[in-house]
Design a protein around this ligand. Structure first.
Ligand code: GDP
Ligand code: MG
Length: 225
């Protein structure tokens, strides 16, 4: 799988040095650019996921969590977390076939809803991260995604003390439509994260294909008049 992906930036590559560093710059050839969201509740692994996959130095705005923040952001199951995402993560991944994915990590907290709606504009789909210790925490962001009419896939992140469930049980709990992909991954693993994102991209492309076929078959009778 890894060979299918372009390499992540080498740790020695200075960011912002002005040099064309590895795959930092896109080729001049025609490419399809796709905007995707990586969404989910606080501490579920969004920043980790984008860091694992991005071929460019990922951008992220994250703040050291204050005592006040600890009261607002639910720390259940994420006790060791000392930072909180107050805005977005951003990364880029090029897939074979010149598909360039722009990944936007979006906050799952209710108070960031207006920001979420702005970031969601123009996105083709979303990967929802979930943790089996607190699956319900992903419902809110799934609702926002459905309201926005975005296709999505769910990636259940494996944490050491997360209970494991059969995929059918997880689908049931999350109330997923049969066509919505569900994968289990460790966001720290590049390969597993790539598989999750590829499941989403496949799902989104298939849906777009169907839409295109439908609109073509609706247009055909009119054209023959
Ligand atoms: N075991 C395990 N730890 C993870 C995974 N994803 C993230 N983490 C850890 O969980 C913590 C929170 O992750 P982070 O990416 O900051 O969450 P975010 O708030 O959704 O951006 C970090 O300490 C990560 O190293 C995973 O899939 N498995
Ligand atoms: Mg984060």
């Amino acid at each position: 799988m890894d060979s299918a992906l372009s390499s992540p930036p080498s740790p020695e590559t200075p960011s912002g040095s002005g040099e064309p560093a590895g795959s930092m710059y896109l080729d001049d050839k025609p490419q399809t650019l796709v905007k995707l969201l990586v969404a989910g509740p606080f501490g579920v692994g969004k920043t980790t996921f984008i860091r694992s996959l991005s071929e460019t130095q990922p951008l992220h705005t994250e703040e050291v969590m204050t005592r006040t923040g600890a009261l607002v952001d639910d720390l259940a199951g994420v006790r060791d977390k000392t930072t909180t995402t107050v805005a977005i993560d951003f990364g880029r991944l090029t897939l074979p076939g010149d598909l360039v994915l722009y990944m936007f990590g979006t906050p799952g907290q209710r108070r960031f809803r207006p920001l979420w709606q702005d970031i969601a504009r123009g996105a083709l789909g979303a990967l929802v991260l979930a943790d089996t210790r607190r699956l319900a925490d992903s419902f809110e962001v799934m609702d926002m995604i459905e309201e926005a009419g975005l296709r999505y896939a769910v990636a259940v992140n494996s944490f050491p003390d997360s209970p494991q469930h059969h995929p059918d049980t997880l689908r049931d709990h999350l109330d997923l439509a049969p066509e919505t992909p569900l994968v289990v991954c460790d966001a720290r693993s590049r390969d597993q994260s790539a598989d999750a994102l590829i499941a989403l991209v496949g799902h989104v492309l298939e849906a777009l294909d169907k839409q295109q076929q439908q609109s073509q078959s609706q247009q055909q009778p009119q054209e023959s008049l």
